[in-house]
Design a protein around this ligand. Structure first.
Ligand code: DP6
Length: 323
């Protein structure tokens, strides 16, 4: 009983930050993301009578710190399949883990698909999305490719809190330049950071209240393929999320000096007529979203900024797949 799945990371253009229900991991706000082709996790899951306990290896290292979250996800699938076998989970990320590059998104999407298939469960994508959400909210979006929207839903049991695709990558093949400004894992995870913001940030209430405006505007921009509108609202929403985080106690400043230098460089490029905008998740990395014709130019500018350690360019990718 073994299966392997590959899922890609995604970056949010309208961010998820805050929860409605911690036990079921239901988000407090909807979100919209793009799935990135070249940043992925591959996960093999094997269930069996001969396996005595659940284990989780990431990039050849046993990760006991992550095991509880992996087990919760496995438990959901075990209860669907009505089995109690333990599992061996072996995962590989092809990009830095836990540094604000959405490794939990690709990780839990790949885990959900691989564990479901190895138990013989043939769930439709929205069901996989609900299960992946319980591992990590952003993982619900990595079940799908291209442009994806995650819904808060209205049911208390989370059964309508799932993601769905809104536009395919072929329809609007944007590209993303990722500028890596730090390789080590961040000190405060998104999970802990958003919990702190919920409890202590004076801006949290406004964040939740104004999120639907950004969602409508970004959805509309994607449907109309209006880059300028997408750029304006996505940057605003990103800065709003970071303002909420920065005003938390203790303050959550996920940026370093290279992150700030990249923000200014991207804004300067856009002012000069180059179709590009930035977004940043709970970490110091910058993602510059642009139209395909300009990604080389954007990469060249970001690569020369002091503190930028590496860059990579990726197109938009497909949803989770069994391999
Ligand atoms: C800043 O999905 O990592 O990247 O549900 O607690 O696992 P948990 O949180 P997670 O949070 C992602 C936060 C974000 C914004 C986003 O991806 O929408």
């Amino acid at each position: 009983m073994k299966a392997t799945a590959k899922a890609r990371a995604n970056i949010a253009l309208v961010k998820y930050w805050g929860k409605l229900n911690t036990d079921l991991n239901i988000p407090a706000v909807g979100s919209i993301s793009i799935t990135l082709d070249k940043l992925w996790t591959e996960t093999e899951v094997e269930f069996g009578k001969s396996i005595s306990a659940d284990t989780f290896f990431l990039n050849n290292e046993a990760r006991k710190d992550q095991l509880d979250r992996v087990i919760s996800c496995l438990d959901i699938l075990r209860s669907h399949a009505k089995v109690s076998y333990a599992a061996r989970v072996v995962s590989h990320n092809n990009f830095p883990t836990g540094a604000g590059l959405a490794s939990s998104a690709s990780g839990f999407a790949a885990l959900t698909m691989a564990a479901a298939r190895s138990l013989g469960l043939n769930f439709p994508p929205n069901k996989l999305s609900i299960i992946a959400r319980q591992g990590s909210g952003s993982a619900a979006r990595s079940i799908f490719g291209g442009f994806v929207e995650m819904h808060v839903g209205s049911k208390g049991d989370g059964s309508d809190s799932f993601a769905e695709p809104i536009l395919s990558s072929d329809d609007w093949p944007l590209e993303v330049v990722v500028a890596i400004t730090e390789r080590k894992e961040k000190e405060v995870s998104s999970r802990i950071g958003m919990a702190k913001s919920e409890l202590t940030s004076p801006y949290y209430g406004e964040w939740v209240k104004t999120s639907p405006i950004d969602l409508n505007s970004v959805r509309e921009a994607i449907q109309a393929q209006d880059f300028e509108q997408l750029a304006e609202v996505a940057e605003l929403n990103c800065l709003k999320m970071h303002a909420v985080a920065i005003a938390s106690q203790p303050p959550l400043v996920y940026w370093n000096s290279a992150t700030v230098a990249c923000i200014h460089a991207v804004r300067e490029l856009r002012r000069s007529g180059i179709p590009v905008f930035f977004t940043i998740d709970a970490g110091p990395q910058i993602k510059a979203v642009c139209t395909p014709g300009v990604s080389k130019n954007v990469e060249k500018v970001l690569r020369d900024i002091p503190g930028v350690l590496d860059t990579l360019v990726t197109g938009l990718g497909p949803g989770v797949e069994e391999i």
